[in-house]
Design a protein around this ligand. Structure first.
Ligand SMILES: [Ca+2]
Ligand SMILES: [Ca+2]
Ligand SMILES: [Ca+2]
Length: 150
């Protein structure tokens, strides 16, 4: 069981070149690397499935990155239409929510979100550094955003 984080070869409790299957929690994302130091070929495994590694990957993994996304919701209390957002920038067309509907955000530890009131990362902005069930005065304003790690 790995929490979100980066696990280089020395931190892999199952040992180097030993991984044969992996179960990823819903919504999470795991990136497997064949080399230590997060190098070499990589394979991304998305949540909600058990992945049995095929011959190309069995007993080859030497470092792992486990990530939990920010989830943006159109309604309060983490409900309604939802969008999974990995670190990066999301203009309105990439956001996965209708314009001016953002009402709550799940923000994993170590992450933050900057939200702009207009598209193209313009206009007034605000930061959300923890899970927020109701954006209050900023409810239904967000039109573009950035997810960052901190
Ligand atoms: Ca390896
Ligand atoms: Ca809303
Ligand atoms: Ca707006």
């Amino acid at each position: 069981m790995l929490s979100p984080g980066k696990y280089d070869v020395g931190a892999l409790t199952i040992g180097n070149n030993a991984l044969s299957s992996i179960r990823v929690p819903a919504n999470w994302r795991v990136t497997l690397h064949k080399n230590s130091g997060f190098g070499g070929a990589k394979l991304v495994v998305h949540g909600g499935e058990i992945a049995l590694l095929d011959d190309a990957w069995n007993d080859e993994v030497s470092s792992i990155v486990v990530e939990e996304p920010v989830v943006a919701y159109a309604d309060e209390n983490f409900s309604g239409r939802a969008a999974l957002l990995w670190p990066g920038i999301y203009d309105l067309s990439e956001l996965g929510l209708a314009d001016d509907t953002l009402s709550s955000l799940r923000v994993p530890v170590g992450h933050g979100v900057t939200v702009w009131e207009n598209g193209d990362f313009s206009g007034a902005s605000f930061e959300v550094l923890e899970s927020t069930a109701n954006l209050g005065v900023n409810n239904d304003r967000g039109s573009s955003l950035e997810v960052f790690q901190r």
